[in-house]
Design a protein around this ligand. Sequence first.
Ligand SMILES: *Cc1c(COP(=O)(O)O)cnc(C)c1O
Length: 218
Amino acid sequence: MPIADNIYAINKDLSTSCKLIAVSKRKPSKAIIEAYKAGQRHFGENYIQELLEKKDACPSDIHWHFIGHLQRNKVKYIAPFIYLIHAVDSVKLLKEIDKEAAKNNRVISVLLQVHIAKEETKFGFDIGEITDLLLDNNELATLNNIEIKGIMAMATNTTNSDIVNQEFKQVKALYDSLNKVYPKITELSIGMSQDYKIAMQHGSTFVRLGTAIFGSRS
Ligand SMILES: *Cc1c(COP(=O)(O)O)cnc(C)c1O
């Protein structure tokens, strides 16, 4: 199906509180522009160099999300413009984002990545670490140029929906407990092409879809 048709069909499925991020990694700028013409404004990228090239080639009112693993020495390249950084997985990275945001006279919105999947390879904080960081720690109080907007997670890469369901349920419980204490925490970034319908049942506010919009990646 053409990109535009995929976007219309997905938007029909999404609740009004859930925003669609088109994950355009390893897809050319012309695919992004096709999605843009269908009204899509949130795009997600995983690689810095690729993002910088596409940003220059694409309309300026796109909201760019960085969804990949971010190295501290790369923060400076995206700090001037990034809309939301999803996968923050250390306090050191938070501090670096804060520093670069200050240099650019802006506040950068971030999500903390929570590790829920069975795979060892997935980055992120454990649930307990996030709770400690936000509820018991004043290390964050001095970081005036970041705003922690919520949490992001990836489920285990499996077709077993019971496992995915269980994992998203855990993230949602964490999100609810944080939201009670920090009303600014309003975003829950869960759901990819394979599991976004399950994620929506657990209150996802951002789904990150690549394959479902652009087709499979080479
Ligand atoms: C690639 C990627 C996606 C999109 O994956 P699809 O399965 O193509 O929808 C979503 N989130 C992250 C973090 C990714 O790296």
